[in-house]
Design a protein around this ligand. Structure first.
Ligand code: PGA
Length: 262
């Protein structure tokens, strides 16, 4: 795992955006996995800026989002489809038909999950997956003790995640769906590269356990230690509990620019 510690989330997001730029320039029809939540917003704003000001071209890009709440229609204010449309897709030149978010309203959930997995395969697999991390260590909505071999499926959120996400539902936990469809950890591990973003003190324990703890399903993100190309872009607060933080800084500072953006 490569740990990139920046002074704040904005600078970390700009560094992560350079990875996206390089990929899209090298492979205009790249397949990108996307995440929701507050964490990737700065990355998405930077991608929009790069499109508007520097002409970054998303016209051939395909995207697959990690997850969606069960029971929220796409037009619901808190659905992840709506989140993606509002915070990214509407502002870049991506073709809407090339954007995919799991279907939270599917009548046959297992069939719709299998179709999602197949669509990823048909698109050639995910080149770059963007990840956040829950305060409980979840990736996508793969909560603690999720199987490392899991594929896209229905999951039940933890109480902690429901409480964390109540802020998007007028602070009313009873409004937060308890079920979701999420790519599995196996799906995420198949991505050719994973980039995880984490900002703020609230993520410090999960980041320390992910990077320096044992690989265990109680901390789902720890599986990234097994991924051949995983990069973590974090701010000082999220890095505050890492034992080897000064080593990670030293490694990154010593890299040539071409390698930093690769
Ligand atoms: P957040 O959520 O970005 O809103 O903190 C991250 C996550 O739950 O994966």
């Amino acid at each position: 795992m490569e740990i990139i510690i920046k002074e704040n989330g904005q600078v970390a997001s700009e560094a992560a955006a350079r990875i996206v730029v390089r990929l899209v320039k090298e492979k205009p029809n790249a397949v990108i996995g996307l995440a929701t939540g507050s964490t990737p917003l700065m990355l998405y704003r930077e991608m929009i800026r790069l499109h508007k000001e520097e002409g970054l071209d998303f016209s051939q890009v395909t995207t697959f989002n990690l997850d969606e709440y069960i029971g929220l229609p796409p037009e619901h204010e808190q659905s992840y489809r709506r989140f993606m449309n509002e915070n990214l897709f509407k502002h870049i030149n991506i073709k809407m038909e090339n954007t995919h978010v799991p279907d939270g309203m599917a009548e046959d959930v297992p069939a719709s999950c299998a179709a999602y997995e197949q669509a990823i395969i048909d698109a050639g697999g995910i080149d770059l997956q963007v990840l956040g991390i829950g305060s409980d260590g979840h990736v996508g909505f793969n909560e603690p003790t999720s199987s490392f071999a899991s594929r896209t499926r229905i999951k039940t959120l933890t109480r902690e995640t429901v409480a964390d996400n109540a802020r998007f539902f007028d602070d009313d936990e009873s409004m937060v769906p308890h079920h979701c469809v999420t790519m599995g950890i196996g799906t995420i591990m198949d991505a050719r590269m994973n980039i995880m973003l984490a900002f703020g003190e609230r993520k410090a324990d999960a980041i320390a356990d992910t990077v320096e703890g044992p690989i265990a399903s109680i901390m789902p993100a720890s599986i990234l230690q097994y991924h051949p190309a995983a990069k973590l872009f974090i701010d000082e607060a999220a890095a505050s509990k890492l034992k080897l933080a000064s080593y990670y800084r030293w490694v990154y500072d010593g890299k040539p620019k071409w390698q930093k953006d690769a």
